[in-house]
Design a protein around this ligand. Sequence first.
Ligand code: FES
Ligand code: FES
Length: 399
Amino acid sequence: MEAHELVDVAFSVNGSSVSVSVPPRMHLADALREQLGLTGTHLGCEHGVCGMCTILVDGDAARACLLFAVQCEGAEIVTVEGLGSPERQHPLQEAFSHHHGLQCGFCTPGMLMSSYDLLANAPDHAGDDELPEQMSGVLCRCTGYRGILAAVSDVHGTHPDGVPGPRNCATRTLVGRGSGPASSQAPSGDVPADEVRAAAPAEVRIPTGAPSATVLVTSELRSPIAAVWEVVSDVSRLVACLPGAELTETLPGDRYRGRAGVALGPVKLSFEGLAQILDRDADAHRIRLVGQGRDTGGSATQADIRLHAEPGPDGGTVLRAEADLFLSGRIAQFGRALAGDVSRRLFEQFASAVDESARTGAVPDVRVAAPSPVRIAAGAVADAVRRRVRALRARLRRR
Ligand code: FES
Ligand code: FES
């Protein structure tokens, strides 16, 4: 076998069965980060010294930088993403936060997975005397050890016989750079747009597990409900109302191919994707669609979107959009708040374009009529900054 040849490997990550194609020399940490978009596993030394890349393999802590991905055929892997979710954190995550065990946070995933291994597999060695040595396999460059040890000791005190298991392991679609459960692509580097298009999935998978962000936007439109529903139930007009989106192909089974662009500062993402309408209830004015897409730079999104129109005041319409968003790859690094803000603004632009289309009867050209995705993202960033400043002011006032 040549070093550049790819090998198919199947294992389970955080409860999902995945299959990746990797070069034989790719270590597990790169496969998790680059192929599956699970960037919580950090890399420091890549020599097994710093412990940043600690994960669980078949229930035991292991250095992901010292394992080749091809060694993990059939293994059960848990990464920090599987330990807990934002809504349902693991006791260790809560304790790290409570005891200020996070400084820059770079070592946190390794610390969490290492301490989980200790408390789950060897709680008898987690007493205060032994704890510093037991935790010494992960290095914190901020020297924030005090809070970390206090957190682990606290959880040991409340769970002396072993901690609860990982809380965020569920079957879900893991999609990252050039890979997904049903496909396997180039191991690294940007994938040409043609390849992405050709490799776009034929079926839409319904996302499961905890979403990266949930967005709920309610907009009051001036147009009457019948005219709004005409726009929402006509896919070509619906897509035309989404800023930066374009319908490229209509497929059987209420499925549609399209592309959408969004920019976050200097990062421009162009998604090729597939969407499917799962439910269309004309009497209740409800529609549910799921979509998934990925871009050439290794970001992937899935969305489960519900739209509901109701008669509004003064003969207008109240349009509700609720969406669960599942992000992986580069886009996931923007965090839930920013991803939520961008999506919220996109929906607001969408609602005003629907209103316009319902009023004029024309297909809107959102590239002209609505602010560009760049401005949408810039506004979302400004909102996020404003929120932080407000929180900081409130904290200073409390002091
Ligand atoms: S990156 Fe694996 S131990 Fe440092
Ligand atoms: S908190 Fe910064 S490296 Fe540990």
